[in-house]
Design a protein around this ligand. Structure first.
Ligand code: SAH
Ligand code: SF4
Ligand code: F3S
Length: 485
């Protein structure tokens, strides 16, 4: 009898779409092993916290959550606490969890997700075998634990730790229990080779590895057969995709072109696109491929070429402007979003002004703005020229004000337009209001019946707000006009 069969689970996910998709895969693996989703975290037999480490506040939230699990562990015998994700790819975090959070049962990293059911079984079997009170007979984990090892079992008889080591191979064919039936994330590559000097991701996700194009195509065809209409291709830098196809290497545009031919698939999105590798070939594809949505997330990080050099981004702000010019020439209605870091070490008021200038000039549809956050082990964390917190915050507020005004203005320009919307779900606040996305990835709210979820509808935009649009279904709009005239 499988010791985990019949248990309930709950996964809390922090971080980016990669993590969200990893959580979908974990849910798929657990379902295959006979586990069921729990109604809430408090009811679950197995709780998994999938962590992010990209900024310091992500770390803080994680340690706060661990404190809550302690209570659950005390209340419920047999409860299993698991932690995984990017934070658990860092030695100092693993050490902290091992030493200060003894109620955590399973610790695993980003390269060990496929081993989750096996780790849980190992834990349960161990728990049953180990006679109560016999902990001292088992070799002390402190001695047997070496971080270079891929798999370490034990630690006080009931702890499983598998983390850190990168793997050569990509494990294909893992199941996934997806959040939406009509749209899906598809990993096309893993890891990152870029080593931007502020960023922890290359250390937590390992080196870049691309999936084989045939595997990606097969996955997308299967998804479409299950009812998926939109895929988002995921990679830290999709533009450097290099897939080993049966007939030779494929680049990212080759992959998107092949996906465009998949019958039944209606929308293709991707993220993230690194400006240094955005090719004319891909820009051309935006003009040609009907399923490729007119939207690009193109993180600029800073408007100052001097800071970009210090960040090791390997493009200048002039090159970035040129890319945007070409994209808009190819697809005038394209929407553009970005990521910007404020207060990178050494950023002067002039550098920051250049970021404001660039933001005003590009007129982004939306932007994710971040306060620079020191990450242990990255070069920028060692830079003596750190910016005082209050300066960072002041610049941040100024930037957000500029960005929000631009977003509001851009969204206001949509009023009166007709937008094709893929309906994602009902609003949490009002079940009579549906939400979905336009081709340009704008969030739209409109009144409608929940049976429309997962379908495409036409919506006439009635209001543009800072972060979303509001509208009415086109048929209802014309019906009401018909009624009046
Ligand atoms: N691979 C993507 C980004 C992944 S991380 C890319 O290169 O575009 C998402 C965003 O987090 C980054 O674009 C950056 O703006 C932000 N970020 C990463 N490290 C950060 C740090 N140390 N401090 C503040 N923001 C950071
Ligand atoms: Fe981080 Fe840069 Fe890699 Fe993006 S490209 S994940 S910002 S190192
Ligand atoms: Fe966070 Fe890891 Fe993604 S650090 S942003 S979850 S790759």
């Amino acid at each position: 009898m499988d010791p985990i069969n019949g248990k309930t689970y709950h996964i809390t996910t922090f971080g980016c779409q990669m993590n969200e998709h990893d959580s979908e895969v974990m849910a798929g693996l657990l379902s295959e092993a006979g586990c069921q989703p729990a109604a809430s975290r408090d009811d679950a037999d197995i709780v998994i916290i999938n962590t992010c480490s990209v900024r310091e506040n992500a770390d803080k939230r994680f340690f706060g959550t661990l404190g809550q699990l302690k209570k659950q562990k005390a209340l419920r015998p047999g409860f299993i606490a698991c932690v995984c994700g990017c934070m658990l790819q860092q030695e100092h975090v693993i050490t902290a969890v091992r030493q200060k959070y003894p109620w955590v049962d399973v610790i695993f990293g980003t390269h060990n997700i496929d081993e989750l059911p096996d780790m849980l079984r190992q834990l349960e079997e161990n728990r049953e075998d180990a006679p109560l009170g016999n902990e001292d007979l088992i070799p002390d984990a402190e001695e047997s634990y070496t971080l270079a090892k891929h798999s370490i079992r034990s630690a006080r008889n009931t702890r499983v730790i598998r983390t850190l080591e990168d793997r050569e191979d990509i494990v294909e064919g893992l199941p996934a229990k997806r959040l939406f039936p009509h749209k899906a994330f598809v990993n096309i590559m893993f890891g990152c080779n870029n080593f931007c000097t502020y960023c922890i991701v290359p250390y937590t996700r390992g080196r870049e590895k691309s999936r084989r194009p045939e595997d990606i195509l097969a996955e997308v065809r299967d998804l479409v057969a299950e009812g998926v209409k939109e895929v988002t291709l995921l990679g830290q830098n999709v533009n450097s995709y290099r897939g080993e196809g049966e007939a030779g290497p494929w680049d990212f545009t080759d992959l998107v072109c092949a996906l465009n031919d998949v019958e039944g698939l209606e929308r293709i999105r991707f993220m993230t696109s690194h400006p240094k590798d955005l090719s004319d070939k891909l820009i051309d594809a935006f003009g040609r491929l009907d399923k490729l949505c007119p939207y690009i997330h193109l993180p600029v990080q800073s408007g100052s070429s001097r800071i970009l050099r210090k960040m090791n981004r390997r493009y200048t702000s002039e090159h970035y402007r040129e890319l945007v010019r070409k994209l808009r020439q190819m697809v005038p209605e394209i929407t553009i979003s970005t990521d910007i870091i404020v207060g990178f070490p050494g950023e002067t008021e002039e550098d920051f002004q250049e970021t404001l200038d660039l933001a005003r000039e590009i007129e982004y549809d939306s932007a994710f703005t971040f306060l620079y956050s020191k990450r242990t082990g990255t070069p920028a964390a060692e830079d003596p020229d750190q910016i005082p917190e209050e300066d960072k915050h002041r610049r941040f507020d100024r930037l957000v004000e500029v960005m929000n005004a631009i977003s509001a203005e851009k969204n206001a320009a949509y009023v009166g337009t007709r937008q094709r919307v893929l309906v994602d779900g009902a609003s949490k606040k009002d079940p009579g209001v549906l939400t979905g996305r336009t081709p340009g990835f704008k969030l739209v709210d409109f009144p409608g019946d929940q049976k429309l979820i997962g379908t495409f509808v036409d919506v006439i935009i009635t209001e543009g707000k800072t972060f979303s649009l509001t509208g009415v279904l086109a048929e209802e709009e014309s019906a009401s006009k018909g009624g009046v005239s």
